[in-house]
Design a binder for this molecule. Structure first.
Ligand code: NAP
Length: 250
């Protein structure tokens, strides 16, 4: 069986998740790369990691669906062993819109993908990590967003509210499992150069808004990955229930 520490990164085929997978693999973790639909990107990333001597597996699973989450975690149990770190990263946003144009279908899709998925993956991780269930402890890092603070008016209040829920999940769960060997924190990235903004209908959104960012530029996925790795490492051993903003001063 695998003798490395094990990390699950949801939505790791591209963007922030892919940068995080590369960093954990470089630091000696066995990485589970979860993806929903883009198998090509996940397989390319896995090839890069294994070519550099790292260990990883790819698992297709829609983490908004309970049966898929159960299959994802049992695959990790069987193929990698004891889970040490969960990075809840998979997320979606929809076309920029004012609230009065949002349908229930859209709002529910955002909440299921961005909130239910995080709860389900936290649940399965706690069952495995908690000393209450015979586990050795572990770390959970949730990827929230600066949108939880700004509210994203005129763009996607639904997405922003879903990230607000992740901040609350982080706080509540961190307190619930603090005495059971599990630390739970979150990162709140600001404007990061990834393909996500194209899904909102504006691929160049980060460049358009650079001038309002105090550091005068958008962030890179690797800069978010470094913060996630720090929160997962023993270097942040006294930190739980905290939010780390990575937004260039915004
Ligand atoms: P991205 O490039 O669009 O990547 C999103 C990833 O999530 C994709 O790999 C996608 O998988 C996966 N995914 C989406 N829904 C999924 C589901 N139900 N099950 C499994 N995987 C799913 O986005 P990103 O910018 O890297 O965003 C990563 C996280 O950072 C998200 O939580 C996002 O909200 C947060 N964030 C991003 C920014 C930013 O400016 N980019 C700012 C703040 C916070 P497939 O490719 O296989 O479909």
């Amino acid at each position: 069986m695998n003798n490395k520490k094990v990390v699950l990164i949801t939505g790791a085929g591209r963007g922030i998740g892919a940068a995080t997978a590369k960093l954990f693999a470089k630091q000696g973790y066995a990485v589970c790369i979860n993806y929903k639909s883009n198998a090509e990107a996940a397989n390319r990333l896995a090839f890069e990691i294994t070519s550099n001597g790292g260990k990883c597996i790819t698992v297709q699973a829609d983490v908004s669906l309970e049966p898929d989450v159960l299959r994802l975690f049992s695959t990790i149990d069987q193929e990698l062993g004891c889970l040490n770190v969960l990075v809840n990263n998979a997320g979606v946003l929809k076309q920029q819109s004012r609230l009065e144009d949002m349908t229930a279908e859209r709002i529910n899709a955002i909440l299921i993908n961005n909130v239910t998925s995080y709860f389900l993956c936290c649940r399965e991780s706690v069952k495995r990590m908690s000393t209450r269930h015979g586990g050795d402890g572990g770390v959970i890092v949730n990827v929230s967003s600066g949108a939880a603070r700004s509210g994203s008016p005129n763009e996607y209040i639904d997405y922003a509210a879903s990230k607000g829920a992740i901040d609350t999940l982080t706080k509540g769960l961190s307190l619930e499992v603090a005495a059971e060997g599990i630390r739970v924190n979150c990162v709140r990235p600001g404007l990061i150069h990834t393909e996500m903004h194209a899904d909102g209908g504006e691929p160049d959104r980060v460049s358009r808004l650079e001038s309002i960012i105090p550091l005068q530029r958008g962030g890179e996925p690797s800069e978010v990955a470094e913060a996630i790795y720090w929160l997962a490492s023993d270097k942040s051993s006294f930190s739980t229930g905290n939010y780390l903003d990575l937004a260039g001063g915004l």
